[in-house]
Design a protein around this ligand. Structure first.
Ligand code: PLP
Length: 459
């Protein structure tokens, strides 16, 4: 063995630097530091997860020599697994949603893996979804091992055993907040557990894209209606068991435009050649720092690099077409839609209101659903049909409270969410609720959207 050489590329995973941001966060009191996990050999922090998942499967006898590793992956876990498979002599089959960049797909194929593409716009339980397809392929493939990063404890454990101790060794725990994007939750749950065992006061900040269901679930305990967004690797439309939401102290939401503009700034101003979820994590952490005004040390994990996003985030044409550069999106944003009804009063019910009162409210204002608030915070939705059902079945009386009838068939957006993203939202949701911070600032019904779009088409 040559002096200074490593036995294999797998020994080069980890030992990534932590760097202080110089420019993009100059306006906040907090100091912001980033851990450059995008410098791992197969391109992301998922290299650590891949090694741990394969080691664990080998130990348990779930993966035998010559076996096939199968995974439903948005790319990075696939790259890590493909690298481990190449070194240790396994086959790989990856199942991916169709919104993933061509570069990600080509890279996996470059490692010799098979890639199966599935439609994004179907429910997770649909047989065509990438979750269902991967399960079917596992059943049909001899000597298959399903890596299952969404439910495999070896995913968060990788961060508990590798990422977090490394951060601790590098920093001695000299930071107040740890921030990361929320995907499977492996990073946040694993790191949070390690950090809190050593420094219980440490704050864990999760960053979630608008369209994902985490934010609303953390705030209200409701699984509202997810909708699509462009940033890759973060946000979910179901709750993976690898995500421990109880570990979170704070959660912030970011939209695609914020993520992508920050990603470009990180590269151009800080020299950090990173991907979209890195922009998301930094934009989210800056929002948090702006809101607190505190002087804290915030450490952000940067998951992957820029090269996979050349045809998207780093392509001006793509950015312009999608309304992410200066040119406004032709369909406008939610604030434009709300501006069509300047004097419209927001009608809301309150937790504890009686059924009788809310029926009166719906009748008086000629509306068929209302957001239900507790203080300023939205706790759910109440629709005419819910009241009707309970009264028809004689399950409630008019003087009962509405609390047990409040439901989750709504989606939440912010005033800067692009209207184009609302295109399929009413297939699932009864109502779109517009929130600024935690407060409800407006609602959008199906007919509001139809009228707005019809006017734009005429113009
Ligand atoms: C680019 C990117 N960013 C962030 C994440 C989220 O990390 P985690 O799954 O640990 O929550 C992922 C996970 O797939 C990712 O690929």
């Amino acid at each position: 063995m040559m002096k200074g050489a490593l036995p294999s590329i797998l020994d080069a995973v980890g030992h990534t630097p932590i760097v202080k941001l110089q420019k993009v966060a100059r306006h906040v009191k907090s100091e912001i530091y980033v851990k450059c996990e995008y410098l791992n050999p197969a391109g992301s922090m998922k290299d650590r997860v891949a090694i741990n998942i394969v080691d664990d499967a080998e130990r348990r006898g779930l993966l035998r020599p010559g076996g096939t590793i199968i995974e439903a992956t948005s790319g990075n876990t696939g790259m890590g697994l493909a690298m481990v498979a190449a070194v240790r002599g396994y086959q790989c089959i990856f199942v991916m949603p169709d919104k993933m960049s061509q570069e990600k797909i080509a890279s996996l194929r470059g490692f010799g893996a098979k890639v199966v593409i599935c439609p994004t716009a179907v429910e997770p339980e649909d047989p065509r979804s990438y979750y269902s397809t991967s399960r079917r392929i596992v059943e049909e493939t001899p000597d298959a091992f399903y890596a299952n990063q969404y439910h495999n404890p070896a995913n968060p454990e990788a961060h508990y055993a590798s990422t977090a101790p490394e951060v601790w060794e590098q920093t001695g725990g000299d930071f107040d907040v740890f921030a990361a994007g929320m995907g499977t939750g492996g990073t946040l749950s694993g790191c949070a557990r390690y950090f809190k065992e050593r420094k219980p006061g440490i704050k864990i900040l999760g960053v979630d894209p608008i369209g994902s269901l985490y934010y609303e679930y953390v705030k209200t305990g409701r699984l509202t209606k997810p909708f699509s967004y462009y940033v890759e690797g973060i946000g979910e439309d179901f709750l993976p068991s690898t995500m421990n939401l109880a570990a979170l102290d704070e959660i912030v939401r970011v939209d695609d435009k914020e993520c992508f503009l920050m990603t470009r700034r990180l590269t151009r101003e800080e020299g950090l050649f990173v991907g979209g979820s890195c922009g998301a994590a930094v934009a989210g952490a800056i929002k948090y720092a702006e809101a607190t005004g505190m002087n804290e040390k915030i450490l952000i994990l940067l998951p992957d690099g820029a090269s996979k996003y050349m045809s998207k985030i780093f392509n001006d044409e793509w950015m312009r077409q999608n309304g992410f550069l200066d040119a406004p999106d032709p369909l406008g944003v939610v604030a434009d839609l709300l501006a069509r009804h300047p004097g419209r009063k927001l009608i809301t019910a309150r937790r504890g209101d009686t059924i009788r009162k809310v029926i009166g409210m719906l009748k008086e204002h000629g509306i068929s659903q209302v957001p239900v608030l507790d203080g300023d915070r939205m706790v759910g939705l109440l629709a005419e049909v819910d009241l009707l059902n309970t009264l028809v079945k004689a399950e409630s009386k008019l003087d009962d409270t509405i609390d047990s009838l409040v439901e989750s068939d709504y989606a939440t957006v912010t005033p800067s969410t692009r209207v184009v993203l609302l295109r399929n939202i009413f297939n699932d949701a009864k109502l779109v609720v517009v929130q600024e911070g935690d407060a409800v600032s407006g609602i959008i019904t199906k007919i509001d959207l139809i009228e707005y779009l019809a006017e734009r088409r005429v113009a």
